[in-house]
Design a protein around this ligand. Structure first.
Ligand SMILES: *[C@@H]1O[C@H](CO)[C@@H](O)[C@H](O)[C@H]1NC(C)=O
Length: 320
């Protein structure tokens, strides 16, 4: 009995300490993703966790929207996912769709080549005002890349303080229809009001009749703590699948203090629940959220000598 007990403890210990370097959890290993209950699963129906980096707004950091950076994101940032945060306003897609589309396609094609997942993100705070343009974007992306298991769609970065049921939900339903016409099954991520935190509103009135959809949670360790984990835990316990398509180790403003302890509480909770998380941001802007120091080249991205305070926390976490 005693021996058996000790052996069992050992097995549990070994299991828990098994390193899960996200860089090795690639598309060729996990294949097509889907959602079972609240869990993201791989082609064999086994739970899978994606960990990676979000690009910074395409209009402000195009120097990283290239293949060399995506290769670094996989190998040096130890990520199995990259998020293409394509600007819509501020001179983005609404102004110059050709340039923005090229940036997104470059990142998608680099992700396919580098065997990692990629999120095509309509990075907008007012997407319901740009429904026709968003439809055009997702039509094109789903037609061209919908057959690749790498692709994940994010229809609306962060709705502000607007109504879920009468505004945000109908927007998502329109976009889902466009995507599903070309791509029957890749995962679609959906935002909720107040920067993807009002998930109670989703729980009260979820989108029905769809498969492989998840709702996004965004958190920033200085602003959002245990109360938000409690809210989301309850929402998940009631069957709502959650994906963290953006989080920061600092405040939502992107600057100020980096909170290592609070961020670790978040990571531990996410790992316990086998949830996926994508850090904001692969950026060398002089602010706390950036993982790279100023003037880091794509080739040097996430090499130890080029990591900021936040990067020194985020990159090792991706290897755990
Ligand atoms: C972020 O905060 C630091 C330290 O206070 C400051 O030097 C830097 O200019 C800030 N960055 C931005 C983009 O405002």
């Amino acid at each position: 009995m005693k021996t058996f007990f000790i052996l069992s403890c050992l097995v549990v210990l070994i299991n828990n300490s098994l390193s899960k370097d996200a860089a090795q959890e690639t598309v060729s290993k996990h294949g097509k993703l889907s959602v079972q209950g609240t869990q993201l699963v791989n082609q064999n129906g086994e739970a899978v966790q994606l960990k990676g980096m979000s690009m910074f707004w395409s209009v402000w950091m195009p120097k990283y929207w290239n293949e060399a950076t995506v290769q670094s994101i996989h190998n040096a940032c130890h990520s199995n996912i990259v998020r293409a945060a394509m600007a819509v306003e501020y001179g983005g897609y609404l102004t110059d769709p050709t340039t923005e589309m090229q940036r997104v396609e470059t990142v998608i094609e680099a992700a396919i080549k580098n065997d990692i997942y990629v999120i095509a993100d309509w990075h907008d705070w007012h997407a319901e005002e740009h429904l026709e343009q968003a439809k055009g974007f997702f039509e094109q992306i789903s037609k061209k890349y919908g057959g690749y298991p790498n692709l994940i769609y994010e229809t609306y970065n962060e709705p502000l303080d607007i109504a879920w049921s009468s505004v945000v939900k109908p927007y998502h339903e329109e976009i889902i229809k466009v995507i599903r016409a070309n791509d029957p099954d890749n995962v679609i991520l959906l935002g909720s009001p107040h920067y993807d935190q009002e998930l109670d509103q989703v729980l009260a009135d979820p989108i029905t009749g769809q498969t492989n959809i998840m709702y996004t949670l965004h958190f920033y360790s200085v602003d959002t703590k245990q109360w938000l984990r409690d809210r989301v835990q309850n929402v998940m316990n009631n069957g709502i699948p959650i994906f963290v398509s953006e989080y920061g180790t600092c405040a939502g403003t992107g600057n100020g203090t980096v909170l290592a302890d609070e961020t670790q509480l978040w990571w531990d909770w996410l790992d316990q629940n086998q949830m996926s998380y994508v850090n904001w941001a692969l950026s060398d802007k002089d602010e706390a959220a950036s993982v790279l120091i100023a003037d880091t080249t794509p080739e040097n991205a996430c090499q130890d000598a080029y990591l900021t305070e936040s990067g020194k926390l985020v990159i090792p976490q991706n290897k755990k």
